[in-house]
Design a binder for this molecule. Structure first.
Ligand SMILES: Cc1ncc(COP(=O)(O)O)c(C=O)c1O
Length: 390
């Protein structure tokens, strides 16, 4: 029998989908950047400016030469080095948690934590604006899911007290990644305690920026080390490295080692990334003022943009979102800023929970007053007319 001829048309539907995205202004493009930014970078997540710090990049290079370019296996086989265990110990100590577990990314840390701490016998109640990685965790969990109104403590309380499942997990970002506003962590912890639920907080944008010396939003809310609270962080933002971690009670961490599929079936974090994160953590311990500097820069930038007439939330951390009238105008605006030497992020559906397109700016500890002035001038001069608050 002749082998069947491979059909040419099985992926034709992708072209129709691409056309739909093009007419909605939702085409995305990869834009490789040079090693040293030519533009003023207000788009990345290197909040403390540590990604290129010689202590951090040097530690990564030395670790690659000593331990190899990759970790060579999953964490439970050959992918755990002394660097991984030291990093876990130091992260837990710094954040005030009993224990920590390092994952290959913040995304896999969130997938692992949500799925392993819930399941078919659980209800999960989430803020409806949580990060995509937490949403994917919820989808994989087989739990009953209720996504409630943004930062609405009463809605959390109602969903928890009317749940059908015996166990419950509340899932929220600390600092929301799109608008940069903050969850009412103390009130959520109280509601969880009243309804016998556990609390999982993604502190990706709080760690390194908020709390004493950058210990994060969970620490700032007085929840570090609590027996019912678990935090996740990424090593790729304030620490300028790569990877993620879960921080929490020792028995939670043990449970993740035994059951979290995104930990067990994933190659361990590269030793160079673990070494970079450790060096960055040491830099933050030595210079706790980095956290204050990034918060000050963020507030300065936001206040000047507000004074220029844009619609934005007052930032709690380093993320600032400026509303744009439409996806197409957001892309054109970000492009015009780049042409004038200011790189800003552009968030459009489906990356925005409320359908509003935005320029997304991030502050860094090393931004100067004149950087901020220049950025505000360019963003204002290139803005579409509908971007100004009426
Ligand atoms: C809130 C939040 N959680 C998790 C992640 C995922 O972290 P990572 O990039 O390390 O996978 C991100 C980042 O992109 C994020 O913004």
């Amino acid at each position: 029998m002749n082998a069947p001829v491979p059909p040419e048309n099985v992926f034709d539907w992708l072209d129709a989908e691409a056309e739909k995205r093009a007419s909605a202004g939702l085409v995305r493009q990869l834009r490789p950047r040079p090693p040293v930014a030519e533009e003023l970078d207000l788009a990345g997540n290197d909040y403390l400016g540590l990604a290129r710090d010689k202590r951090v990049a040097g530690a990564a290079a030395a670790a690659a030469l000593r331990w190899g370019a990759g970790s060579t296996g999953s964490r439970l086989v050959t992918g755990t080095t002394e660097l991984h265990t030291e990093l876990e110990h130091e992260l837990a100590r710094f954040c005030g948690a009993q224990a920590a577990l390092v994952f290959s990314s913040g995304f896999t840390a969130n997938l692992g934590a949500v799925t392993a701490l819930s399941g078919a016998e659980s209800a999960i109640v989430t803020d409806k604006y949580i990060h995509a990685s937490l949403i994917e965790g919820c989808r994989l969990s087989r739990a009953d899911i209720a996504a409630v109104a943004h930062v609405d403590v009463k809605a959390f309380s109602h969903a928890l007290s009317t749940r059908r499942k015996p166990r419950a997990l509340v899932v929220t970002d600390s600092v929301f990644s799109v608008d940069g506003d903050i969850a009412p962590l103390g009130d959520l912890a109280r509601v969880c305690r009243e309804t016998n639920a556990s609390l999982l907080i993604d502190d990706a944008h709080g760690f390194g920026v908020l709390g004493e010396g950058g210990r994060g939003a969970v620490h700032e809310a007085g929840l570090a080390g609590a027996p019912d609270v678990v935090a996740t962080i990424t090593l790729s933002k304030s620490l300028g490295a790569q990877g993620g971690a879960v921080l929490g009670p020792r028995r939670v961490i043990k449970h993740l080692v035994d059951t979290a599929r995104s930990f067990i079936f994933d190659t361990g974090l590269a030793p160079s990334s673990a070494a970079a994160a450790l060096a960055a953590l040491n830099a933050l311990k030595a210079e706790p003022e980095l956290a204050t500097k990034v918060r000050d820069a963020s507030m300065n930038l936001a206040m000047q943009l507000k004074a220029a007439g844009f619609t934005l939330c007052v930032p709690e951390a380093a993320v600032i979102s400026v509303h744009a009238p439409s996806p197409g105008e957001a892309v054109a605006w970000a492009g015009a800023c780049a042409e004038q030497g200011i790189r800003v992020g552009c968030f459009r559906p489906p990356s925005v929970p409320d359908g509003i397109s935005r320029l997304r700016l991030t502050a860094r500890a090393d931004l100067t007053e004149s950087d901020v002035d220049r950025a505000v001038k360019v963003i204002t001069a290139t803005a579409p007319r509908g971007a100004f608050a009426s």
